[in-house]
Design a binder for this molecule. Structure first.
Ligand code: PMP
Length: 547
C-alpha cells in the first residue's frame, strides 16, 4: 500500500464509519425490529420488500458483477450513478483548498464540478489537435498536491480511446490516483483497463449501467480499484446510497445479457453507418471516428445547424464552446430510423431548405388502471419516428412498423404484468392509442376519410378503413399457430377491436399467408397505409352525404 498511503486522506484511514442497523448483527434473523421500519408490506406494487432498507453493501449485485468481470466484491463500489462515485473519489483523496486534480479537455464536465464543489483546483492539460495526449505532457503538470488524474476512455465528447501505453506510463509514474472513466467502453470493442486494477494500486475504473445497459433512469454506477481504497469509499458513502428499486432493476437487467449484447452490436453498426453517411455530407468538415455511442462532427455553422435541427424536433449537443472543439456538435447514435431522419434534416439544412415545417398535431394520452400504466404520444402527421417500449419486443416491432408505414411519430410506454398476462397491456395500449387518434382527428373535417390497401409479399393483407367516427371491426385473419412472437394470436384481433372502438374507425381486415409473423406484419403495415390515406387532408369539408 505504498502509493495509496499518500493518496487517501490520512484522517479517513482511521475514521469510524456510520454503522447502520443491518450491519450490526451477524447470523440469521426472522423478526426485524432493529431499523424502525414499517413491518407491513408497502402499497407500492412491483418490487417486494420495499418496507425494508436496502442492502447497504449491495452484495447480491456485486456477486453478479464478479461473475461477469472476474473482479472480487472487495474491489467494487456501487453508486447512485457513476457521478456519485466521482464525488466520493475526490472527497476520499483531496484536501479542500490545497489539493489539485488534472483533466485532459475536452472531456466530461463533472470532473471539474466535483473537484470545485470540494474546493479542489483543476489543472487542464490540453492534448494535441488530434485529441491525443502524452504521458510526458500530463506528468509535467503534476505537483506534490496533485491527487487525481481523470482520463475518460472512450472520451466524451471526442469518442477517442485513451492510448494504453501513455496510460500505463502515467499509472507507473504518478504518486496519485489515475481514474479511468469507462462509461462508454462497451461500444469500443476493447476490454478497457479494468484488469489493470489487479496490478496497480493507484488505478481506479468507473463504469455505469447508464449507457450500453440502457438504464440511465435507474442511476447505477460501478467503481473498481484497490480493496483499501474501496474500504474507505464504502465507509464515506451514504449508508443506503442505492435504493431497492434500482438494485432490483440492476439484477433484473443482468438476467437478460443477450438484450444488452444485441443492442450494443446494433448501436455499433448504426454508428458506423451514420459515420459513413455524415462523411458524405458536403457541409460537414470533419467526422471524428468514434469508439462510443456518439459522434463528434465539425461544421462551419454549428449554432445554425443546432437550431435548425431543434426546429425539426431533433436535439443534439453543441460542443463548440469546449477546448479544441470549435464548430463541433456531438450527436448520439440513435435508432436506424432516428439516424435516417437526422441525416435527411442535416442534408436539408445544407441544401438551404427552410426549417420548422412540422405541423403540430401531437396528442398525449395517459391511461392508468389497476393493471397497467400506458403513455401514448402520437402525431399522425409526423415522420415515422418510433420510440416504443411495451415490454413485448414483438409488439414493439409491430408498432414500429405501424409508425414507419403511416409516417406517424409514436411514443409508447407501457408498464404492466406482461409476464403473467399480456391481455391487459395489449388492450390498454389499443384503447389509449384509439383515444389519442380520435382526439387528433377531431371532427374529421377535410380528411379523405376512407382508406384501402393490399400489401403483399408472400403474405397478403387487405385493410379497408373508414375513420368517419363509427366503430366496427371485421376480422378475417387466418393464423396457423396459437401464438405469434410469444403473443397469443387472439390478442391481435382484440387489439384492433379496442383500437377501432376508441378511435371511431370501421376496420375491415383480411389476411392470409404461410408464415404467421409475415401475416401480422402485413396487417400492421396495411393498417398503417390505409389509415395514412384516410387521414390525408383533402379539403375543408367532411366527406359525407349526411350534413
Ligand atoms: N462518465 C461519462 C464520461 C459520462 O459521459 C457520464 C454521463 N454522461 C457519466 C460518467 C455519468 O454516468 P452516470 O449516469 O453513471 O452517473
Amino acid at each position: 500500500m505504498t502509493k495509496l498511503k499518500n493518496i487517501i486522506r490520512p484522517d479517513l484511514l482511521t475514521m469510524k464509519p456510520y454503522s447502520s442497523a443491518r450491519n450490526e448483527f451477524t447470523g440469521r434473523a426472522r423478526i426485524f425490529l432493529d431499523a424502525n421500519e414499517n413491518p407491513y408490506g408497502s402499497s407500492f406494487r412491483g418490487v417486494t420488500g420495499m418496507n425494508r432498507y436496502p442492502d447497504p453493501m449491495q452484495y447480491e449485485l456485486k456477486e453478479r458483477i464478479t461473475r461477469i468481470t472476474g473482479i472480487q466484491s472487495d474491489r467494487i463500489i456501487i453508486g447512485n450513478g457513476s457521478d456519485e462515485i466521482l464525488d466520493l473519489l475526490v472527497r476520499a483523496t483531496t484536501m479542500p483548498g490545497r489539493s489539485n486534480v488534472i483533466t485532459v479537455p475536452p472531456t466530461y464536465g463533472m470532473y471539474r464540478v466535483v473537484a470545485e464543489t470540494n474546493n479542489v483546483a483543476v489543472k487542464e492539460v490540453l492534448p494535441g489537435d488530434d485529441f491525443m495526449f502524452s504521458a510526458d505532457e500530463i506528468m509535467k503538470a503534476v505537483d506534490k498536491d496533485t491527487r487525481i488524474i481523470f482520463i475518460c476512455s472512450p472520451n466524451n465528447p471526442t469518442g477517442i480511446l485513451a492510448p494504453s501505453e501513455e496510460v500505463n506510463r502515467i499509472v507507473e509514474q504518478l504518486d496519485g490516483l489515475v481514474v479511468i472513466d469507462e462509461a462508454y467502453i462497451d461500444f469500443s470493442g476493447t476490454e478497457g483497463f479494468l484488469q489493470l486494477i489487479k496490478d496497480y494500486e493507484n488505478i481506479f475504473i468507473l463504469r455505469t449501467f447508464s449507457k450500453a445497459r440502457a438504464m440511465a433512469g435507474a442511476r447505477l454506477g460501478m467503481g473498481y480499484g484497490h480493496p483499501e481504497l474501496l474500504r474507505v469509499l464504502n465507509s464515506i458513502k451514504m449508508p443506503y446510497n442505492v435504493n431497492s428499486l434500482t438494485l432490483a432493476a440492476g439484477l433484473n437487467a443482468l438476467d437478460r445479457e443477450e438484450i444488452y449484447r444485441s443492442q450494443v452490436q446494433r448501436i455499433i453498426s448504426n454508428r458506423e453507418k451514420l459515420t459513413g453517411e455524415l462523411g458524405k455530407i458536403d457541409g460537414i468538415r470533419k467526422v471524428f471516428p468514434s469508439s462510443a455511442n456518439f459522434i463528434l462532427v465539425r461544421v462551419d455553422k454549428p449554432v445554425e445547424l443546432y437550431n435548425y435541427l431543434l426546429a425539426e424536433g431533433i436535439v443534439v449537443r453543441d460542443r463548440s464552446g469546449m477546448p479544441l472543439c470549435e464548430g463541433c456538435l456531438r450527436i448520439t447514435v440513435g435508432t436506424e430510423n432516428q439516424n435516417r431522419i437526422l441525416v435527411e434534416e442535416i442534408n436539408n439544412f445544407f441544401a438551404g431548405k427552410p426549417a420548422g415545417e412540422q405541423t403540430d398535431n401531437q396528442v398525449v394520452k395517459r391511461r392508468r388502471t389497476r393493471e397497467t400504466d400506458i403513455l401514448v404520444d402520437i402525431n399522425l402527421r409526423g415522420r415515422g419516428i418510433a420510440d416504443i417500449q411495451t415490454g413485448s419486443g414483438f409488439l414493439d416491432h409491430m408498432l414500429e412498423l405501424f409508425a414507419f408505414h403511416s409516417k406517424t411519430d409514436l411514443l409508447v410506454r407501457a408498464s404492466g404484468d406482461i409476464d403473467v398476462d399480456m391481455h391487459h397491456t395489449v388492450e390498454d395500449i389499443a384503447i389509449t392509442m384509439g383515444q389519442a387518434l380520435n382526439e387528433m382527428l377531431g371532427d374529421r373535417k377535410g380528411v379523405n376519410r376512407y382508406g384501402f390497401v393490399m400489401p403483399m409479399d408472400e403474405s397478403r393483407a387487405m385493410v379497408t378503413i373508414d375513420i368517419g367516427g363509427r366503430n366496427m371491426l371485421v376480422w378475417n385473419v387466418k393464423f396457423h399457430d396459437n401464438t405469434v412472437g410469444r403473443v397469443p394470436a387472439s390478442l391481435f384481433k382484440h387489439f384492433f377491436r379496442s383500437l377501432a372502438d376508441n378511435a371511431g374507425f370501421t376496420l375491415n381486415i383480411e389476411a392470409e399467408g404461410e408464415d404467421d409473423h409475415h401475416i401480422i406484419e402485413a396487417v400492421f403495415k396495411g393498417f398503417a397505409r390505409s389509415l395514412k390515406q384516410a387521414a390525408e387532408i383533402t379539403d375543408d369539408r367532411i366527406q359525407s352525404t349526411k350534413y
